[in-house]
Design a protein around this ligand. Sequence first.
Ligand SMILES: Nc1ncnc2c1ncn2[C@@H]1O[C@H](COP(=O)(O)OP(=O)(O)OP(=O)(O)O)[C@@H](O)[C@H]1O
Ligand SMILES: [Mg+2]
Length: 642
Amino acid sequence: MGDMAPEVEQAQPPAAFLVWEDLTATVKNLRGRKSSRKLLQGLSGCALPGRLLAIMGPSGSGKSTLLDSLAGRLGRNVGLSGRLLLNGQRRRTDYGVAAYVRQENVLLGTLTVRETITYSAHLRLPSSMTKMEVAGVVEATIEEMGLEDCSDRVVGNWHRRGISGGEKKRLCIALEILTKPPLLFLDEPTSGLDSAAAFFIIQMLRQMTRDGNKTVISSIHQPSSEVFALFDDLFLLSGGEVVYFGDAKLAPKFFEEAGLPCPIKNNPADHFLRCINSDFDHVNATLKGSIKHLSSESSSDPLLRLGTAEIKAMLIDRFKSSEYALMTKRKISELSKIEGFTVEFLTGSQASWWKQLKVLTRRSFTNMCRDIGYYWLRIIIYIVVSLCVGSIYFDVGNSYNAIWARASCGAFISGFMTFMSIGGFPSFIEEVVVFYHERQNGHYGVAVYTISNFLSAFPFLVAVSMATTSITYFMLKAHRDFAHYAYFAISIYTGVAVVESIMMVVASLVPNFLMGIIAGAGIMGIIMMTAGFFRPVRDLPKPVWLYPIAYINYATWLLEGNYKNDFIGSSFNPLVAGDSKVAGEFVLEDTFGVTSTRSKWADLLIAAMLLVMYRILFFLILKLKEVVSPLFRKAAVDTKAL
Ligand SMILES: Nc1ncnc2c1ncn2[C@@H]1O[C@H](COP(=O)(O)OP(=O)(O)OP(=O)(O)O)[C@@H](O)[C@H]1O
Ligand SMILES: [Mg+2]
């Protein structure tokens, strides 16, 4: 296998033999690390190519935790010990080696099924493939996942009804199998689906496992008997302990030997869960008081005679000394010794950096164009508010009173109107969630995402600033030349772009709609307070408010630049008739504490530098989160395990 030709590697991806031994996951206790809770207790098992392994158990038994441990995606507060071997070697199972289909569907609702798969294919398949070849892969995947009927329908979002739940799940699986990963994890792919849709998905997984010699591990909650019949192997969990691991077909025999035969016509999966789900103890305890409860039944049925806690303990004990456990041990020791699997897995994306940037920018732009809430609604709101501002300050003029009117109008536009950009936050969250998911599966890097996000938003932000500037500038009639107009437009663009960047930073730290809006509004409140309108910058208390807040506040620089743009060269009528005219420069210095030594363009440049700084901050936060996250920590299992 080691000296396989490269073409053969491409055509037939390497097989994945996954072995785990004595895997224990513990929640780190934040107060004192002594009394930590065990989520998984010394689990051992293996998954083989061409076989579908189902992880079953009652809710809270640790199915997702086991799946996350195997896929290297445990939460930060969970420690893992044990041994995890892929093809006999200790190595990571993330970044394209293994694909992971999450329980919730992470998709962009505005794209059609074909577009979603095509963008994903261009993002990850080798750049050397032609468009036709990529289209061929896309069509083959659509066919494989049975998505032909809905291939041109949109996925759907809050304002547009889209494809069904089962189709969404199949689309999520399609995205992960595009690059033919040898190892595929799925967390409850059938939850929320009816039995036909669930059967369809598991049947497809089984077919895929057979055809592609893939190793598929899926957690599943309560499969129907038809679905259960499709499993090759079964890992039955209860309270983080193994109740049964082995061939799914032999599981009924194990239960029968333990004195818990599955009644004929019963769904074996239901029977297993009924035996080990301790929630039934509570139900029985409640029913005991009821007259309707038939006492004659309880004496004959072991399930009613014994509590599930006892049954569970008995099964766990029995399994440990059973031939099935022995068989597992033997298999594990055989697979641990596998050598010669030196073929490197093709991990992550095979596309070039530039291609990823181009595709991601285009996808993001398409998404923004189609989502009415993303920019279109915001552009309309900006136009409406600009018309309001324009009519309130219409033909503001050069009277003495116009001094404050012009200052407050400038402050409103560079403060409040740029602040309105936080309206895009829900859409940012949607994109950030998709980014996290795709990043975890190794689709593209952080830098590509940061830059593409900026580029795709650029045309919309230019449209927002042009609309605002054109309306207010011509209605105010304060200046009539292009230079002032251009300055005003660039200044608004910078402001809106900085606010978007700040909100992206917030979205990366708090990826929650409500908390993000609250945090963003708080930050913007501080920004407005220290921008120089409510209190001149020179009068701000020096510690904290002036240094550093006012200096890292984009609005301080924009407002100062806008004051200079408006007042320098202007003159105003005096308060008392007959006095000399009031020069704009005098107003600037005397009323607003702005010295005109630095040019307005320098102020704009500093605001633009802050824009770059916030983008870099966004990039660093995303990077930092990866460094501290166990998923991206180098060989999370390896280092802790041995
Ligand atoms: N990061 C974590 N921190 C603390 N506790 C956790 C963490 N992850 C899981 N748990 C706990 O571990 C137990 C098992 O959780 P897990 O999500 O693996 O269950 P599950 O079998 O997937 O359940 P379900 O069928 O409801 O999805 C639960 O009691 C859960 O509260
Ligand atoms: Mg779960």
